[in-house]
Each structure stands twice: as C-alpha cells, then as structure tokens.
Design a protein around this ligand. Structure first.
Ligand code: AQP
Length: 354
C-alpha cells in the first residue's frame, strides 16, 4: 500500500526584519530538517499583502528573507527555496480551497481576530482567507510535515480540515481517477489526494515571547524594538536588549517546575536551551539558583555567538542581489514543476477542463 512520501514545506512572510522567534520557531528547524527530509522553503510574499497591501520595498524584503534562509544554512541546491508569487498554483489552489473551507472556520482563527482587531469589517478579505492560502502553500506540494512556531498551530489544524474535506467531498472522483494515495487516519486506512499534514512544533522555545512582556509573543510588528532580537542586530544591540529584558527579582529556580508562573524567566531559559540545542532541564541544571545578573551575560554570549555569523553572512549575500534572484528563479522553476502536476490532478479530480 502506498503512503505519501515525507516532504517538508514551510514559509516566512517578507513583512519586516526577522527576529529570534522566527529563527528559533522556524528557520533553525528548517536547517536541521534538511538532513532527514526533502524540503521546500518559501518566502510567502502573497501573504505579506493580507495585512498591508502597499509595501515600501517588498522585493528587498523578499531578498532579505531569502538571504536569512541561506545564511542560516539552507542549501538551495539540495532543497528548494523560492518566493510564492512565482508559482501561480498557490493562488489557484487557494481559490479552490476558498470553496472547500467554511467562513465559520476562518472566523474562528485567533490570528485573524488579533490582526483584524475591533474593525473586522474593514479587514481585507485576504486576511480572512489567509489560512486557505497557507493550506494551498503546503498542499500544492502534498507536504507531510510543516515546521512552524506554536502560533501557527491553529492554521495547521485548519489545513488538515481542508485536506480532509476535499478528500471526502471528492472521494468518488479520487477513486475513479486513481490519483489518491492510501493513508492511515487514526486506526483507519483511507484513500485521499491530500495528506493530513503534521506540524513540527516541538523544542524548548516553540513560542518565543517578547523581551519586554513574557506573556506576549515576540513579533515583528511590536512597536518596541527592545521587545525582540532581530537577526540583523549587532553584538552591542543584542547585549543591550538582553540586559534590559524584563525579569522578576528571584534567582532562577532549582528545577523546571519552578519556572511556572514566571513567564520572563521561562522565556529566557527556553531561548538559552533552543540556542544551545539542549533542554530547559539542562539549562536549569547549569544555572539554577543563580541571579539574572549572572545568567544574562551567559545568554548574551551565546546569542551573539549563534546570531553574529548569520547576520554577517546575510549582509554579504544582500550585496549580491543577482545571486539571490538566481536562487529564487531556479527554486521557482523546480517548485513550479511539482505544483503544475498537482494542479492538473486537482483539475482532473474536480472536473475542470485543462
Ligand atoms: N515569537 C515566535 N516564536 C516562535 N516562532 C515564531 N514565529 C513567528 N513568531 C514566533 C514563526 O516564524 C515563522 C514565520 O512567521 P511569519 O513570517 O508568518 O510571521 P509571523 O508569525 O506573522 O511573525 P510575527 O513576527 O508575529 O509578525 P507579525 O508581527 O507581523 O505578526 C512561522 O513558523 C511562525 O510560527
């Protein structure tokens, strides 16, 4: 019996400077997964239009995210790196998924509620349909695994709902065309065209929090630059931001359970663990009982040692936009070939002439 071939897909929006949350929640995992999987990494420029239509330098931002991927260690020859708008299948499949998904599903998305705020009627239709485009990004390649931060968990669940509804609504056509793949859903073997994609969220820092408020996600759009460490920050800025990071007056606890109810302490310990590829337990074993005045300099040294080579390489790559454009063009061609096949299958299943 056939199964879907393991394939990793993920994307990052070109909406501003990447920060430590994007790096630890997503890009660092992208790099690690290259060893074990075929991977497709995408700069999702169409998503960047959903919250804000007009951007000063979308092309530059797209190149900058690509540079970050490459600088962090993604290999664009072994794997695929491209920008979403180059492959028309993303928007085309999203339209089909707009007709599969229900408005109620979209209205329940917390990211939509957060980003639309109080004035929901005035949000773009694209912002509401964002998860449908995200499902199309993933399922256009029939990807089985998606490394993301914890904030994207709900969108991944919705991607599975869309895949499942498509597989059920078109089950007869999928069987008739022979385009389906047998897969295990719970205990049951079923045949479907789209896989039920698994999120890869685990790790010690699945949601990196703001350095100014341990209950808020570290985010590109936070007005305070002190709330985040940008991938492009130099050693002095990293040191200043960690020094000024909010903490409580207690020393670090003697065990991980002691971090409960101490969001800022938990965040800094999680960041240390993720940057050093260990666990919160291991960090507490080393630093438990110590004051933040001792822990923060160690965290700074670690953060600088991990981030500085990446930002230096990013700067070098940004001086060669032709190289970056070449990577995106080559990746777009290879992604387009896979996407074209999926779109033909989808049209065959739905009954569209192509
Ligand atoms: N704070 C975070 N902790 C862990 N992972 C995070 N990600 C984002 N913030 C954190 C993960 O980064 C990947 C790319 O995210 P995106 O391009 O979709 O941007 P975003 O989630 O919209 O990022 P921001 O910073 O939160 O932007 P704004 O402020 O515009 O909303 C995703 O895998 C995401 O989970």
């Amino acid at each position: 019996m056939s199964e879907f071939k393991p394939l990793v897909f993920s994307g990052v929006q070109p909406t501003g400077n990447l920060h430590l949350g994007n790096y630890l929640g997503a890009i660092r995992k992208f790099v690690a997964l290259q060893e074990s999987h075929n991977c497709i990494y995408c700069v999702v420029d169409l998503h960047a239009l959903t919250a804000q239509l007009v951007h000063d330098d979308l092309q530059g931002q797209t190149r900058s995210i690509t540079a970050a991927f490459l600088a962090a260690g993604i290999d664009p020859k072994q794997h695929i790196v491209f920008n979403q708008s180059r492959v028309p299948g993303h928007a085309e499949l999203a339209w089909i998924f707009n007709c599969v998904a229900r408005i109620g599903w979209m209205n329940r998305m917390t990211q939509f509620k957060d980003k639309a705020g109080k004035d929901r009627e005035n949000a773009s239709l694209g912002l509401l349909a964002y998860p449908s485009l995200m499902a199309a990004d993933i399922l256009l390649y029939r990807a089985t695994h998606v490394p993301v931060g914890d904030d994207q968990k709900q969108h991944l669940e919705l991607t599975r709902d869309i895949a499942q509804k498509f597989n059920i609504d078109f089950s007869k056509r999928i069987a008739d065309t022979g385009l389906g793949v047998d897969m295990l859903v719970g205990e049951e073997r079923v045949n479907g065209y789209f896989p039920l994609t698994e999120p890869l969220i685990e790790g010690p820092a699945p949601r990196v929090m703001s350095l100014r408020d341990g209950t808020k996600k570290m985010s590109k759009s936070d007005v305070s630059d002190l709330s985040r460490i940008n991938l492009t920050d130099d050693a002095d800025s990293i040191s200043k931001k960690i020094r000024k990071a909010k903490t409580d007056p207690e020393p670090l606890p003697g065990d991980v359970e002691g971090l409960e109810g101490r969001p800022e302490a938990e965040n800094l310990v999680g960041i240390y663990a993720a940057l050093s590829d260990t666990s919160k337990e291991a960090v507490i074993a080393d630093f438990g009982g110590q004051q933040f005045s001792a822990f923060k300099p160690a965290l700074t040294e670690l953060a600088v040692s991990v981030m500085s080579p990446i930002s230096a390489e990013m700067r070098r790559l940004m001086d060669d936009p032709a190289y970056i454009d070449g990577v995106l063009e080559d990746g777009g061609d290879r992604a387009g070939a896979i996407a074209g096949k999926t779109m033909n299958d989808v049209k065959e299943i739905i009954g569209l002439l192509y």
